[in-house]
Design a protein around this ligand. Structure first.
Ligand SMILES: *Cc1c(COP(=O)(O)O)cnc(C)c1O
Length: 405
């Protein structure tokens, strides 16, 4: 096992300084915009959030976009306005972040996991129908790593059984499925602008929909259930008393976050091209290494290139995945796990009785997957360091195995 301070061969690490996983790419224009906001005296939801929402609905080809303080808030609002509640069931994937299933639990509904396809690592549409019951009200497909799910099949099932589709697009802001923008397909779509995501505003998120009624209900719920927002409450348009229409939440995005988002969105496609080039560089190197499986290739979609993941052939390496990540850290390369299968986490095991073997593909991925650094702020040299470190660890871990056996 690799010592946390020593490179795997006991020598010097591949890199001198640590390459952070998921470092956001912030430029002067974001900094100037935030300063402008701070000087304006208007920090909470205001003109910049409105501008960002308008840009975002245009970008996603959706009628309505609502800026929020997280993607989790968006998923939660979506389920609430669609009327999902106690005794309902919602289908999703075990290869996702906790938030996707937590919001189902918070509605009093039951999360029903459906296994993923081994290649795409997205929910397998062929297995959805078997998981449907009279209580199924919605499906939450997650566009894992930025790869759109098979939305034709998912939409077909949803129409046939009259259930809603709420997309978790936390990884997929730039993604397209058969020429359609993610954000314009499902009933409601939630995006994340968390610090490590492709678009980073620190904390932040957005929901999009083409349904006016749902949009208005989400606006209401996102601001305490008040009948008009703070923008009108405190602006020069005059004083109007507000009414509480329903018990809402405090989920709104702030102008400080939108200041970052406006410029992050402007550079989004430019940044995607930088990540695409890094992706190809990784692919070229890692396809040569038979102990690694590189991400599947796609047709008919635009992949948002959020996470570059590899699968380790742990049967032929001396290190398991977690040890591999430790060894990468010792080479000064940050790496991460997306995701360890959600059904096997403590709460989900205990509350719903999920166990090993329930979703074999998700578990296979969960034990072998790791994400390598992939951001627009990286240079080719950074990517080459990652390649050198991964190659070094595979070789050393492989040769030691051969010596031992
Ligand atoms: C990051 C993430 C979320 C949550 O996003 P927040 O904006 O942090 O709430 C939800 N789903 C997936 C798949 C994510 O990766």
């Amino acid at each position: 096992m690799a010592d946390s301070r020593l490179a795997i061969d006991g020598g010097k690490p591949v890199r001198k300084d640590f390459l952070i996983f998921g470092k956001p790419c912030i430029k002067d224009e974001e900094i100037r915009e935030v300063v402008d906001t701070l000087k304006s005296g208007w920090l909470a939801a205001g003109p910049k959030v409105s501008r960002f929402e308008k840009m975002f609905s245009e970008f996603t080809h959706s009628k309505y976009a609502l800026g929020l303080n997280s993607c989790t808030a968006g998923l939660s609002l979506a389920l609430e306005v669609l009327g999902i509640g106690e005794r309902d069931e919602v289908i999703t994937t075990p290869i996702t972040f906790a938030a996707t299933a937590n919001v189902i639990v918070h509605r009093g509904a039951k999360p029903v996991f459906v296994d993923v396809n081994l290649k795409t690592m997205n929910i397998d549409p062929d297995k959805i129908e078997k998981a449907l019951t009279k209580r199924t009200k919605a499906i939450i497909p997650v566009h894992f790593a930025g790869r759109p799910c098979d939305m034709d099949e998912i939409t077909k099932i949803a129409r046939k059984y009259s259930i809603f589709v709420v997309e978790d697009a936390a990884h997929a802001t730039e993604a397209e499925y058969k020429g359609k923008k993610i954000g314009s397909i499902g009933d409601i779509t939630a995006f994340s602008f968390y610090a490590t995501k492709n678009m980073a505003t620190g904390e932040g998120g957005m929901v999009t929909t083409n349904n006016r009624k749902w949009f208005e209900k989400m606006c209401l719920l996102a601001l305490h259930g008040l009948d008009r927002d703070a923008w009108n409450r405190y602006s020069k348009k005059g004083f109007k008393h507000y009414e509480v229409i329903c018990p809402g939440y405090n989920y709104r995005m702030a102008d400080i976050e939108a200041s970052l988002g406006i410029h992050q969105l402007r550079r989004l496609m430019h940044n995607l091209r930088i990540r695409e080039a890094l992706w190809q560089r990784y692919n070229r190197a890692f396809k040569q290494i038979k102990e690694l499986t590189t991400p599947a290739e796609d047709k008919d979609i635009r992949h948002a290139r959020h996470l570059y993941t590899i699968l380790l052939d742990i049967e032929h390496l001396t290190l398991n995945r977690n040890e591999f990540i430790k060894a990468l850290k010792a080479e000064n390369i940050g790496a991460a796990v997306h995701f360890s299968a959600l059904h096997l986490h403590n709460y989900y095991r205990k509350r719903y009785g999920f166990k090993k073997g329930d979703f074999p593909n998700a578990e296979f991925i969960s034990e072998r997957i790791l994400s390598l650094p992939l951001t627009a702020g990286m240079t080719e040299k950074d990517a080459d360091d990652v390649i050198a470190a991964v190659t070094k660890i595979v070789k050393s871990s492989y040769s030691r195995r051969r010596l031992c056996s």
